[in-house]
Design a protein around this ligand. Structure first.
Ligand code: IFM
Length: 473
């Protein structure tokens, strides 16, 4: 059984669905500018219209209500509220979120608000963006405004979404906005400021809260999982999960250890060596703020076995292993091991703030959108999450990514992640078969989800017939 009060949700982000990019005084963000750079986004697409959620908000909330969602995770657009990032509030922009929150509550859906899902106001980027030491304060000031206005009704707050991506792709690889390819020292500094912004924002939210709130964050996880249930493989995978293994951003602990433990991990410091900027110890007092839940975005994973010395060795998925249209391996076990390793290490309740897949969905001749792969994907992933809960991981919620097909960043509109199909020519929404399926799951409070250990074609390791993976360890 999923725990009582489990949040059955779905998620989105402002730039990916809202559209209305030049409406009601919204300022420009880094993504507006990035989309104009030739060759950066598939087919030169942008978020000018996206799902036009800004104008279809009531209709969209009604669809969420039909689905029975208990919670909806959305992000607020910083530049819609503060067109220049600081200074004068754009009341029309702010009231959009006011009205959205009221509509959600009216529909019986809990709003889960994310403050930063990658859309830095362009004016702030022109002042250095995350490279500017003032950036934590800019962000905390914006968070204070949102909290003052909405905390009487919004109880769940998420600071930053996937720092690995907006720093990694945005500041290191240059494939996401703001399109920078900074040297290591500089992107480490930008990342450090983003972590300080997280801490400063937790403080700001708590200071302005009109009632007790729940605050968390939403990094993505690199899920390294064991190739078998042998204790040696499990420990090797756990070791790898908690390691900084190269001088890029793709790891868990460089980001999470400062937030949860108050310091960068020793192996990361060793990897980055002389490139690590001279951080002040007081920075870590700011970064490490008590938070209430560990939100995490999990999509896939890689498996590892122990060598003779117990060190993790990559065991690649074989040819023919299921993949999504993004070519991400389908790995349901990632929703077992990811939450488990995080819970074991950081001792906080886990919320899956994103999980889902891009799939080749289209409207069938009868007008429906059949997406059996998404249903199977979700049944298996949720089965693994349920297994984790059975094995003692405190799991509080699950948000499908995404509620709608939407603007998938550098991929434009080519990838479809939604439970609800969007016809981008007309704006028409059609719930996919998976939306109907998820509706049934939510109505049954997940009682129709089969725990992974009992799945006949179960995920590897979590074997058929076993009541608990503990028995197999
Ligand atoms: O669409 C993104 C989302 O914005 C952040 N997490 C991953 C999703 C799929 O790529």
């Amino acid at each position: 059984m999923f725990p009582e009060g489990f949040k059955w949700g779905a998620a989105s982000s402002a730039y990916q669905i809202e559209g209305a990019a030049r409406t009601d005084g919204r300022g420009e963000s880094v993504w507006d500018a990035f989309c104009q750079v030739p060759g950066k986004v598939h087919r030169g697409s942008n978020g000018d219209v996206a799902c036009d959620h800004y104008h279809r908000m009531y209709e969209d909330v009604q669809m969420m209500k039909w689905m029975g969602l208990k919670a909806y995770r959305f992000s607020t657009s910083w530049s819609r509220v503060l067109p220049s990032g600081t200074g004068t509030i754009n009341e029309k922009g702010l009231s959009f979120y006011d009205v959205l929150v009221d509509a959600l509550l009216e529909a019986g859906i809990e709003p889960w608000l994310t403050l930063y899902h990658w859309d830095m106001p362009l004016d702030l980027q022109n002042r250095g963006g995350w490279m500017n030491p003032e950036s934590p304060k800019w962000f905390a000031d914006y968070a204070a405004i949102m909290t003052e206005r909405l905390s009487d009704r919004v109880k769940h707050w998420i600071t930053i979404n996937e720092p690995q991506i907006f720093i990694g792709l945005g500041h290191r690889e240059g494939t996401h906005a703001p399109g920078l390819k900074l040297p290591t020292r500089d992107w480490l500094l930008a990342g450090h400021h983003a972590l300080m912004a997280h801490g400063a924002t937790v403080q700001a939210i708590r200071a302005k809260a009109k009632r007790p709130l729940q605050v968390g964050w939403a990094p993505c996880a690199r899920v390294d999982l064991p190739a078998s249930m042998s204790p040696a493989d499990i420990e090797a995978a756990r070791q790898r999960f908690a390691s900084v293994t190269s001088t890029d951003c793709w790891n868990n602990t460089w980001w999470a250890d400062p937030v949860m433990l108050g310091h960068y991990p020793a192996d990361g410091l060793a990897h980055f060596g002389a490139d690590v900027p001279a951080f002040k110890s007081s920075d870590f007092d700011l970064i490490k703020q008590p938070i209430d839940f560990y939100g995490v975005n999990i999509y896939s994973g890689e498996r590892y076995a122990a060598d003779a010395l117990g060190r993790p060795v990559h065991v690649p998925w074989p040819d023919g292993h299921p993949v999504t249209t993004f070519r991400w391996p389908v790995v349901p076990e990632s929703l077992y091991w990811g939450p488990k390793f995080l819970h074991d290490r950081y001792k906080l309740p886990i919320v899956i703030t994103e999980n889902g897949l891009s799939n080749a969905d289209w409207v069938a001749a009868d007008g429906t959108v059949p997406d059996p792969q998404r249903i199977d994907f979700k049944a298996k992933y949720l089965g693994c999450l349920l297994q984790a809960a059975r094995d003692g991981v405190a799991v509080q919620g699950y948000f499908h990514w995404s509620i709608f097909d939407n603007f998938e960043w550098a991929e434009g509109y080519e990838k479809r992640f939604g439970l609800i199909f969007v016809d981008y020519r007309t704006g028409q929404r059609i719930p996919k078969a998976s939306a109907h399926w998820y509706r049934d799951v939510i109505a049954a409070k997940g009682k129709n989800i089969i725990p992974a250990a009992q799945l006949t074609h179960g995920p590897i390791g979590l074997k058929s017939g076993a009541a608990s993976t503990k028995e197999l360890v």
